[in-house]
Structures are given as C-alpha cells and as structure tokens.
Design a protein around this ligand. Structure first.
Ligand SMILES: *Cc1c(COP(=O)(O)O)cnc(C)c1O
Length: 224
C-alpha cells in the first residue's frame, strides 16, 4: 500500500499553524482513508455524491466530510444530513437548495462560495463580480440553514507559479473585501480554501490560505 501515513506527516509538517488540511480521498479506497484516520486525521474531502455516500456509510462517523465537487441540486438531499462543509457552492440555485435541505433536517450547513478565477473553462464557480452581486442582493441573509464561511477556488493548473500566485491573491483580496463589507462581525466567515498538491505551498506561504485540499501528495495518483 501507498505510504499514506508517511505522506500525511510530511504534508502536516509543512503547513503553518492554523491551516486546516482537508485530505482529498476521491477515487481512493476506504483503507487509505483509514490509514490517515488511524494517525488522527478526521477531515476528508470527496467530489462525487455516490462515492461520498458509500464511504460515509462504511467509515467511522466522526469523520468530517467536505464536499468539494460540482453538486447537482437534486443530489443535495443525500449529503445534507451528514456533510460537514460544502466547499463548492457555485450558484444561487445550489445555495437555496442547500438551505432548504438543511432546514428540512434541522441542521445548519457550513458552505464556501466557489470562485471561478482560473483560465480553464472546465472549472465551476462565481466570477468575482457575480459573487459580489449575489451577496449584495442579500437573499442569503434570510437563509437559516446555511453559514457562509468563506471562499474556495482552484488556480489554473500550470507550472507558471506567478500566475497561480496572481489568481490566489485575487481571491484573497476579494475575501478581504467581502469580509469587510458583509461579515465584519461574523467570526465564522474566515476560510480561504486554496492550495492543492501542486500549489499548496504557494497558497499557504504567499496567498493567505486557511484551508488546503490535498489528495495526490497524500494518497498517490488516482486510479479512475
Ligand atoms: C481533486 C481535487 C483536489 C485535490 O487535488 P490533488 O491535486 O490531488 O491534491 C482539490 N480540490 C478539488 C476541488 C479537487 O477536485
């Protein structure tokens, strides 16, 4: 088996105090997750509803599951009862549905707003202006089933570290702006989720990340 424990420790040692590690376990078997779990790690991320459902049923119930993929509105009801955070809220329609399903099961679900800053068209998310507009419209203030805890983004997949830095800093600056304008007294609005296997050191050292989502560096290459 891949040296999950060793890799987990190497990553943990590199993260500054206060940066939350979300171990991205998509496409990896339950025993890999258990290897990290046995080392005390509890926060894992998945990007497909069915895979998450199976792993949630199979694995210890004190695992905190973050949903990080594109979530179809008709799948929200399946994750709402147990998911710890939905990092990938990429539309108002999805936010409304998460709120509705959370209220139905008597929960408040933590969410992040996903930004689309990267140049790839395949990525989902709000443009910075759509994000501003959505918050300005204010409907979210009436939603009792959700807490908007911050922003999430994926930088462009490139070797150009300046471009990665530019994109992450744009997200960090938008975070500051939104914090000041809409959440100045709300402590829970504090997460800046950026940084993956190839760029997490840029994210934490230079771009004010508070949460990194790392899969390959911990679990090895994914087998699709
Ligand atoms: C798969 C995935 C990751 C982890 O990617 P690695 O390169 O394996 O670290 C992080 N964030 C999102 C949104 C993902 O889909």
């Amino acid at each position: 088996m891949y040296d999950v424990k060793g890799n987990l420790h190497l990553v943990q040692e590199q993260l500054p105090e206060g940066v939350q590690l979300v171990a991205i376990s998509k496409y990896h078997p339950a025993e890999y997750i258990m290897a990290a779990y046995e080392e005390g790690h509890r926060v894992f991320g998945e990007s497909h509803e069915q895979e998450l459902r199976q792993k949630h049923e199979q694995l210890p119930k004190d695992i905190e599951w973050h949903f990080i993929g594109h979530l179809q509105t008709n799948k929200v009801k399946y994750v709402a009862p147990y998911v710890s955070m939905i990092e990938s809220v990429d539309s108002m329609r999805l936010l409304r549905e998460v709120n509705k399903q959370a209220v139905k099961c008597g929960r408040v679900i933590d969410v992040l707003l996903e930004l689309h800053i990267a140049t790839e068209e395949t990525k989902y998310g709000f443009s910075p202006d759509d994000c501003r507009q959505m918050l300005a419209e204010g409907e979210w203030r009436q939603m009792e089933g959700i807490r908007i805890c911050g922003l999430m983004m994926m930088a462009t997949f490139t070797d150009d570290t300046d471009q990665i830095r530019r994109e992450m800093l744009l997200a960090a600056d938008l975070f500051d702006e939104l914090k000041q304008q809409y959440f100045p007294t709300l402590d829970y609005f504090r997460e800046r989720s950026w940084g993956m296997s190839h760029d997490y050191l840029i994210a934490t050292r230079d771009c004010r990340s508070t949460m990194v989502r790392i899969g390959t560096t911990i679990f090895g290459p994914r087998v699709y």
